[in-house]
Structures are given as C-alpha cells and as structure tokens.
Design a protein around this ligand. Sequence first.
Ligand code: NAD
Ligand code: IPM
Ligand code: MN
Length: 357
Amino acid sequence: MEARICVLPGDGVGPEVTAEAVACLKAVAERFGHRFHFQEALIGGAAVDATGDPLPEATLELCRASDAVLLGAVGGPAWDKHPRHQRPESGLLRLRKALGLYANLRPVTVHPALEDASPLKPEVVRGTDVMFVRELSGGLYFGEPRSYSDQTAVNTLPYTRPEIERVAKVAFELALGRRNHLVSVDKANVLETSRLWRQVVDDMAPLYPEVKVQHAYVDSFAMALITKPREFDVVLTENLFGDILSDEAAVLAGSLGLLPSASLGGSVGVYEPIHGSAPDIAGQDRANPIGTILSAAMLLRHALNLSSEAQEIETAVHQTLQEGHGTGDLKGARHPQGTRGLGACILQRLGAAVSQP
Ligand code: NAD
Ligand code: IPM
Ligand code: MN
C-alpha cells in the first residue's frame, strides 16, 4: 500500500528517537512491499525558533494531508519563559485539538526481561498489561476561563456529556477486545466534573453488559496502580489525571522511554512516545527509542490497518529486550547501547541490512 506519513521530530531527544522509528517503518515497508512517503515538518521549540509559532499553518496542513503523524517530543528550557502561546507545548496541544484527537491510548506492559528494571518488586510488576485511555482534548488543558496575573491565576475543568461519552465508548470497546474490565478514575468525592464523568460511565455501562465497570478515586488509584497493577485492564480517565498516571505507570515498565501512545478520534491520528524532550540527555545518543518505535507500530495498526507489520516491529522490540539490549535508562541491561545502537538491534531483527555503529 501507499501511505503518507508526516514526521514531526520536535525538540530535545525528539529528532533522535523519531529517526530510529522512521528507519523501522522503512524496513517494514521494504519487507512487505509498501510505499511510505515521509515528510518532515516543524513543531514545538524548533518551530518557534524558525517561525515564531509552535504550530505553523504549513505543519497543520501537512498533517491534515497525511495518513498519520509520527511525533517525537516538544519543549525545553530554552522556551520555558516564553508566553503561553509561544511555548512549544501549546503547539502540541493545538495540534491535538485541531485534529480532533480526544482519545489517547497509552498501553503499559512489563517485558519479562525487564522485571528487575523497575524499582518495584518483580513479583509486583510481573504480568502487568494495562491500557490507559486518556481524554485528550478537554478538561483543564483547554477549559475557559483561564487567566494569569501575579496575584491570581485561573484554570477551569469543564467536561460535557458528549465529550465524556465519546472517550468512554473507546474505552468500553477496547475492554471488549481485552479482559472485559474497565476502571474509570475520577475525583467524584470533590469535583462536579468528576460526578458527571462517573454518571455518564454508569449510564453507558448497560450497553456493554460483558464489561465489568469499577470507579476509583484518583488518589487511591495512584497507589493501587503500583501496588497491584495486574488488577487493571482498561483505565479510563480525564486529561490531566491520565497525563500523571501514565508517567507513574512507566515505573512499572522500567522506563518512561519505553511507552508509546496513539492519539485518535479525528481523521488523522498522532503517534508519539509518552515521554518529553528529555533535555538532560538530548544530543548524547542516550535516549531510549523504543517508546517511539512502538508508537510507529501503533501507527501501522491503527492508521494503516497493517497489523502483521505492527506485530513485526513489536516482536523485534521484544526479542531485542529479551537478548539483554537496552539504553542506559534500562537498569541491568546486559548489553548497553546508545539510541542508534539499540535502533540498529531492532532494525536487524526486522531484516534490514544495518551497519552496527
Ligand atoms: P521528560 O519526559 O522529558 O523527562 C523525564 C525524565 O525521563 C528525564 O530524566 C529524562 O532523561 C527521562 N527520559 C525521558 N524520555 C526518555 C527516553 N526516551 N530515554 C531515556 N530517558 C528518558 O520530562 P520533563 O523533563 O519533565 O520535561 C522536559 C520537556 O519535555 C518539558 O519542556 C516538557 O514540557 C516537555 N514534555 C513534552 C512532552 C511531549 O512532547 N509529548 C511530554 C512530556 C514533557
Ligand atoms: C504528554 C505531555 C503533554 C501533555 C505536554 C507536553 C503538553 O506531558 O504528552 O504527556 O501534558 O499532554
Ligand atoms: Mn505527559
């Protein structure tokens, strides 16, 4: 098949990790006889420096004209003092909103070879397989009114019934294809928005009689997630809670650098690792590319309907970890590698001819 893939490398480690993911997509295309056309565009701090805008119109147009978007990360200390609309993060938020991406899928699994990589006990993390469904285009991130002065600042947490319904539908349907268990995470003991969230999920539950629905308060869920992670299957939550809980869940997997995501809901999806631009290790060939490579696998599955090809990438990653390869963030890796070295290991398993760096 032919597909147009827009690549937004962004800032910090973004260009390093997207380069490895693009190489994997090229290897898969070669092997399966597909033609992927890659086009790069600016986003984040790189776009601010070049154009003054973290999401230039040309970038948005290219995304809209593509079949999928692969993104690295945005942000960094160089832009932290910029006003909100000229911050790299605003570019990413506008992109999600403009493309109508309301459902962010963040799968978290624990690879058997990495049970010791987590600071948590192996018997706690073993067998974890959780799918977070994070609402992505509403809540505190976008709520109005919002304002800032040096005396008072305001953010607002609105959700409407249709906004909750559409993301909950994604979570219920995912649960049907998994272990039929949904936990909806909120703060309904304090927040009106959460009370509505809980009500909407309860109203929808009869439509999915096979799915066991539970509700949890975000504070106690944050603890349960790292004490009994195997109890969870699909976790549905609002934008900010999902942001925080998915970084917490990365501790189960062994590193933030491992986790991929897919942002869905509109006609073009964005596929990106859950981590940020990691300024502390940027430009040093130290970033773990696996989160982005697995995001490329999600792109193949969700955007292009190429599940065998996606599986091929996932298997190559699995084998690479099984054999003890890993970047420095993976504690106890028997064969430490840089970003490019680890990418090359995965590429080799995809059947690509690569020269080891
Ligand atoms: P971060 O995710 O960039 O880094 C947190 C820690 O995890 C750092 O120690 C970093 O070195 C490590 N880490 C992250 N990715 C890694 C990888 N692939 N391999 C190995 N280690 C990795 O979070 P932060 O430091 O809080 O934020 C840095 C910048 O990134 C900020 O500007 C923030 O706004 C931005 N950010 C962007 C995104 C995104 O683009 N989606 C996500 C989160 C943060
Ligand atoms: C993420 C990031 C973003 C978010 C920031 C950079 C806007 O933390 O993708 O998890 O909060 O959604
Ligand atoms: Mn985040």
